[in-house]
Design a protein. Structure first.
Length: 63
């Protein structure tokens, strides 16, 4: 599943995100969602979340 629909993403699920600094390379970071930061129900580049370790990025895939 891609991370473009807010309804698919819940606090506590494991996801792969792309951090702002990694957007050029597309390097993914795995983590657990702590907070949803995007308010809209859909975002073409992925819903922005904060992981439990404090890193912020856009969801690329739900694991």
């Amino acid at each position: 599943m891609n991370g473009q629909n807010r309804a698919d993403i819940k606090v506590g699920i494991k996801v792969n995100i792309v951090l702002k600094k990694d957007q050029r390379t597309g390097k993914l970071t795995e983590g657990i969602v702590a907070k949803l930061l995007t308010n809209s129900s859909f975002h073409p580049h992925g819903i922005k979340v904060m992981l439990t370790d404090g890193q912020v990025g856009r969801v690329q895939e739900i694991l």
